[in-house]
Design a protein around this ligand. Structure first.
Ligand code: NI
Length: 423
């Protein structure tokens, strides 16, 4: 496959590069001077289309699209206990399948090529992602100390881990306030023995930080080691909002990554994570949307813009959380956080997971190769996505989904929601 005359940009480049991009199978083959490649092109950007690594949504609960709008404006613990959990207890495998496909429609059209999902009925999530051709890190959300559920997580590893190169599986203890420390430790031991990572929520709310200190009588940072999170191959810590500033350095040079979910944290009134401190300490940070019931979008562009602006305002410093750092969080560092190798940069031999962005829009007049990154982060939006490619395969092109039947999904998902909420 050949993409002719496009502007290439990844987070290792200070300036975009005009080029022809050749893809062979699932990987980037070569990067050539613009209009120099021989043979017919699959796509001609005419110098006005940017090609970036696809976005990684590193923390999601995709099928929560069916719960979007539920318990609006309630704080997290009330929102979970009174509005979300009772409905989730009624979810069926079929509903999770269609809810996930609904999420995939939204993610693929906004340039997401890879996502981390923690939910239930993960076989349905795996099948939905495979059919859509989207790269995915799956974990069965584990609550309580139920051995049977841990076994479900282990079965998921056996069935789907590394399947077709698109899927990886983690074990997913929901959080330290829903999984007792001893069970959490057991899950980490199982992950270590199985050679897989962990995906969990950590320090999302002040209530959780207090729960750890008062009820568990532990320090929330020391507890990471006590439950075994430093011993697993890697761990995805969603949120980290209440991570103490003076302990941020403890996360540097570890196999732990924090997923920053600024819009979900703002909407639930949970607080604002110390992102500048994480970045200063070289802690790996990825970006996530969280579920559609707490965001309510599944749009990584929106997370990029929010996080880039939010922290500048709080610190009163426009030089922090730079556009290039934000792009790194949304792409290669997201892929690394999820344990995917050779994903997230535009280099020969790396996976051809790409998002194409149409620069023929009013808000891109004046955009140059030198300012393209800032232009995308501060001016761009998911409405500019002209194409999405995963592992060398087109999933979305000029407004049309090629692997998802949009009309059927909208109809089925609406019916599932109606049934679920008894609306
Ligand atoms: Ni979450």
């Amino acid at each position: 496959m050949l993409l002719r005359d496009v502007l290439l940009l990844d987070s290792s480049m200070e300036s975009a590069l005009a080029c022809d991009l050749a893809i062979s199978g699932s990987v980037i083959d070569s990067i050539l001077p613009p209009r120099s490649a021989e043979g017919p092109a699959d796509f001609d950007g005419k110098g006005a289309v940017a090609v970036l690594p696809g976005f990684v949504n590193a923390h999601a609960h995709a099928a929560m699209t069916l719960l979007r709008g539920l318990g609006e404006e309630a704080p997290l613990m009330e929102w979970l206990r009174e509005r979300i959990w009772p409905v989730e207890a009624r979810l069926t495998p079929e509903q999770v399948f269609w809810g996930t496909r609904l999420a995939l429609l939204e993610m693929v059209s906004s340039g997401v090529t890879c996502f981390a999902d923690m939910y239930f009925f993960m076989d349905q999530v795996a099948e939905a992602s495979l059919q859509a051709g989207v790269r995915c890190a799956l974990s069965r959300g584990l609550v309580g100390a139920d051995e049977g559920k841990i076994q479900e997580g282990v079965d998921l590893i056996r069935r789907y881990h590394n399947l077709s190169g698109l899927i990886s599986v983690q074990l997913g203890p929901h959080a330290i306030y829903t999984v007792p420390p001893e069970a959490f430790r057991e899950i980490c031991r199982t992950a270590k023995d199985s050679g897989v990572g962990i995906h969990t929520h950590w320090l999302e709310t002040e209530w959780e930080a207090e729960y750890i200190r008062q009820q568990l009588k532990k320090d929330p940072v020391d507890l990471l080691a006590e439950v075994g999170l430093h011993e697993v191959p890697f761990a995805i810590l969603a949120h980290g909002v209440w991570f103490p500033e003076d302990r941020v350095r403890d996360l540097a040079k570890t196999r732990l990554s924090v997923v920053h979910n600024p819009n979900s944290n703002l909407k639930l009134g949970s607080g604002i994570a110390p992102l500048p401190s994480f970045l200063e300490a070289n802690v790996r940070v990825a970006l996530g949307t969280d579920g559609a019931a707490s965001n309510n979008r599944l749009d990584v562009w929106d997370e990029m813009r929010t996080c880039s602006l939010l922290h500048k305002g709080i610190r009163r410093d426009p030089s922090i959380v730079r556009a290039l750092e934000v792009l790194r969080m949304a792409t290669v560092d997201g892929a690394r956080a999820l344990g995917f190798e050779n994903v997230g940069l535009l280099k020969p031999g790396w996976q051809a997971d790409l998002v194409l962005v149409d620069l023929q829009k009013p808000h891109y007049v004046g955009t140059t190769p030198e300012n393209l990154c800032a232009s995308l982060v501060y001016s761009g939006s998911s409405a500019d996505v002209a194409g999405t490619i995963v592992a060398g395969e087109w999933l979305y092109r000029e407004g049309v989904h090629l692997k998802l039947e949009e009309e059927t999904i909208l109809r089925k998902a609406a019916a599932c929601r109606k049934e679920l909420l008894q609306e």
